[in-house]
Design a protein around this ligand. Structure first.
Ligand SMILES: *Cc1c(COP(=O)(O)O)cnc(C)c1O
Length: 368
C-alpha cells in the first residue's frame, strides 16, 4: 500500500510489547490498570488493549462516554469539575466516579447512587520535571489537600485517587513517595476498598525494575487491604507510534533547515509546551547537520536539530519517533495544514488507514 505523508503510524507489535509488560506487572501485583484516555484515545487499537487492560479512566464526560462505548470493561470517570448535566449523563457510562473536591462530592453523590464513588487527594508531594504538569504545584486545584475533611466524608466514598507522578522513571524516588503516602494516609486507606495511584509512572520502559515495582505495589495493596489501580497513559503507548513526514524543502540560514510536511503546533503540540526536541529515526550520528522544522508560519516551529549520516534531500522521509501520547488527542487545524492520517500496523503486519482527513474536516471544524 502506498501511503501519503504525513501520517501517524501506530505499530501494534510495539504496543503488544508494552501490554505484555503490563500483564506481567498485573499478575504479580494484583493491581488493575486503566488506560488514561486523555493521553491516547485512538480507539481502533482498543481491541488489542482490551485483552490486557482492565478499562479506561477519563477526564471529561466525552472521554468517559468514549471509554464506555469503544473500550468497555471498567469505566472510571473523573473530571476536575462536573456540571449537573455532566452528572446526569455520566451515570449511563461510568462504573466509578471520582470527584475532585469535597464540595463536588457533597453536591452530587446522591445523584450517582449505584456507582462506586471516590475522591481525589492531593498528597502534597509529587514528581514532575515541569511545573506546568506538577499536580502538587503551589495553589494546585487537583484534589483535596485537607486530610481531616476527607475523614468527614468517609461514609460517602469507597476509594481515593492520588495522581502525583509525571514521567517518573526513577523507581527509588517512587518508593520513597509511596512510603510517605502510606504513613500519612494509613488510617484512611484502611477504611477503603480501592486506592488509585494515578498515572505518570514509566514502568514499561526498558530497564525499569518492573518486578520490584510489582512487588512494591502488591505490598501496598496488602498493607491496607485495598484494590490498587494504576492509570497509565504514556506508559501504555510509549515508543509505539511515529509521525511519518516528507522533506518538502531545504533552506539555509546559518544552518541547513529541512522543512517537512507536518508541524509541531498542530501535530505534536507538547514539543512546544514543554520545549523538548522530537526523537528522530536514524538521527544522532553523522556529519550532516539539519534543523528539522515544520511548515506552519510559526517562527519557532522546530522539531529539533540533528546530525544525519547522509545529506537530506527533498522527498526524503523523516520519521518522528514516539509520537503516540498527547499528540493525536491534541491535534488541531492551525494554519489549515494537511492533517496527518492515522495508520495502524496490525499484528499481522497489515497496514490499515483508520482515519484520513480532507478539506471538509477543516471547513466543518468551525462552522456548519
Ligand atoms: C494525566 C493523568 C493520567 C495519565 O498520566 P500519564 O502521565 O500519561 O501516565 C492518569 N491519571 C490522571 C488523574 C491524570 O491526570
Amino acid at each position: 500500500m502506498k501511503l501519503s505523508t504525513p501520517y501517524y503510524l501506530i505499530d501494534e507489535k510495539k504496543l503488544l510489547k508494552n501490554l505484555k509488560r503490563i500483564e506481567y506487572f498485573k499478575k504479580i501485583s494484583g493491581a488493575k490498570v486503566l488506560l488514561a484516555l486523555k493521553c491516547f484515545s485512538t480507539w481502533s487499537v482498543f481491541g488489542l488493549m482490551r485483552k490486557y487492560l482492565d478499562g479506561t479512566t477519563s477526564s471529561s464526560l466525552y472521554e468517559t462516554r468514549l471509554g464506555y462505548e469503544k473500550f468497555g470493561k471498567e469505566t472510571q470517570a473523573y473530571c476536575v469539575a462536573y456540571s449537573l448535566t455532566d452528572i446526569q449523563e455520566i451515570k449511563q457510562y461510568a462504573d466509578k466516579i471520582i470527584f475532585n473536591s469535597i464540595s463536588q462530592l457533597k453536591r452530587f453523590y446522591t445523584k450517582v447512587k449505584g456507582l462506586k464513588i471516590g475522591l481525589r487527594i492531593n498528597p502534597k508531594i509529587s514528581y514532575s520535571h515541569y511545573d506546568l504538569a506538577d499536580p502538587a504545584r503551589r495553589y494546585s486545584r487537583l484534589g483535596v489537600v485537607d486530610k481531616n475533611s476527607v475523614y468527614e466524608v468517609l461514609p460517602l466514598i469507597s476509594g481515593v485517587m492520588l495522581h502525583f507522578n509525571c514521567e517518573n522513571a526513577e523507581f527509588d524516588v517512587l518508593c520513597s513517595m509511596l512510603d510517605k503516602i502510606s504513613l500519612e494516609y494509613s488510617d484512611l486507606f484502611k477504611h477503603l476498598d480501592w486506592v488509585s495511584l494515578g498515572g505518570g509512572i514509566y514502568f514499561t520502559k526498558d530497564g525499569y525494575p518492573l518486578k520490584d515495582f510489582a512487588y512494591r505495589i502488591k505490598q501496598f495493596a496488602e498493607e491496607f487491604n485495598v484494590q490498587v489501580y494504576l492509570e497509565p497513559g504514556e506508559s501504555v503507548i510509549t515508543e509505539t507510534t511515529e509521525l511519518v513526514t516528507t522533506v518538502l524543502d531545504i533552506v539555509h540560514n546559518e544552518i541547513d533547515i529541512a522543512i517537512v510536511d507536518a508541524s509541531t503546533e498542530p501535530h505534536m503540540l507538547d514539543l512546544l509546551i514543554y520545549r523538548t526536541q522530537a526523537k528522530i529515526k536514524n538521527a544522532g550520528k553523522g556529519k550532516y547537520k539539519y534543523m528539522i522544522a515544520g511548515r506552519s508560519c510559526l517562527a519557532g516551529d522546530v522539531f529539533g536539530v540533528y546530525n544525519f549520516p547522509k545529506p537530506l534531500k527533498v522527498g526524503d522521509v523523516v520519521h518522528i519517533l514516539d509520537a503516540g501520547g498527547y499528540t493525536m488527542v491534541k491535534k488541531n487545524w492551525f494554519n489549515g495544514l494537511q492533517m496527518p492520517s492515522i495508520v495502524v500496523k496490525r499484528l499481522s503486519g497489515k497496514l490499515e488507514i483508520v482515519r484520513e482527513f480532507e478539506y471538509k474536516d477543516f471547513v466543518e471544524n468551525l462552522s456548519r
